[in-house]
Design a protein around this ligand. Sequence first.
Ligand SMILES: Cc1cc2nc3c(=O)[nH]c(=O)nc-3n(C[C@H](O)[C@H](O)[C@H](O)COP(=O)(O)O)c2cc1C
Length: 323
Amino acid sequence: MKVLGISFGRKNKNGDVLVKHALFAAKKARADVQFINAIGMKIGHCIACDYHGKAIAAGEVFPKCPLKDDYQILEDAVWDADGIIIGAPVYAVGPVGQFKNFLDRLCPFHDRALMIEENKKRKAAGKPELDPRFFKDRYIGYISTGGASTHNWVSRGLPTLALFTFSTCMKAVGHVDAYNMGTIGHPLLDANLMDTCADLGKTIAVSIGKPYDQVDTWIGKQGVCPVCHNSLIDLDGSGDGVSVECPICGIWGDASINNGKLEVKFSEAEKARARSTLAGVYEHYNEIHGFIATSGPKVQANKDFIEKEMEKYRHFDQIIAAM
Ligand SMILES: Cc1cc2nc3c(=O)[nH]c(=O)nc-3n(C[C@H](O)[C@H](O)[C@H](O)COP(=O)(O)O)c2cc1C
């Protein structure tokens, strides 16, 4: 069993130290470990070329992103691992952009529901199935580092890191919000922080091989959402004034004020349909197929109108200059 640690921070600075400390604990718990610092890697952004979808449709077993940069090194390391720790510094209130580039290129293209359905078709047709490593259950933990002493300067850190878990259906077992580094000075000077990272590494290592329903450990702050354990709550869009949504998991809860304290309760049914679960990715898979079925005929029926109207958008520069 292997635990992979990826740090998007500076070499041997805060995030590196915390991820490596978690890996020491994973190693003590008998895992093989691998550490990658990504700061110098070239990881460009997804350009929505749809190569991956076409490669899957063409029967490829291991479709690779066609952009030629260092991205594939990280993707290969993910598939070789059974457990993952991602560390990323907070830049401008959320994780560094390089992490988001990595997420955008890896996660949506390895949607578990899409790959299960693709393999069903391949099996029926007697064709080679997708790489089995795409279907392996994995445990994951997140470490967000920030310099500011107030949480409001890192509020998008852990919640955005948690988005790495969906599509691929990994199960998160903890997160560490290592902000206030400017005041702490050095991670080694905060024994609690170091211990929490060690707990995270150990928990990932000892969880590997267990079915998801047998692991309910959570390392780090519990938060409001019982699935991703973040506390971002969306108050808009419910209509009845009581329901609120975890925007990371896409699940609804009931808010109430008890003894002056705001509480949110999420039902078991809602927890079971969180974005990171198989039921959650199937919900999205079905939604995508639904809108293809709706928009296809609509666009076809309005083809001439759209074509005529698009002229002014295609020739925007000339038209705007003449106005
Ligand atoms: C461009 C930039 C933006 C930053 N923005 C924030 C921020 O919004 N909130 C915060 O707490 N720290 C911010 N920081 C500080 C880093 O998050 C902090 O130094 C962190 O520990 C760096 O991680 P590392 O030591 O692993 O590289 C920023 C740093 C840089 C370079």
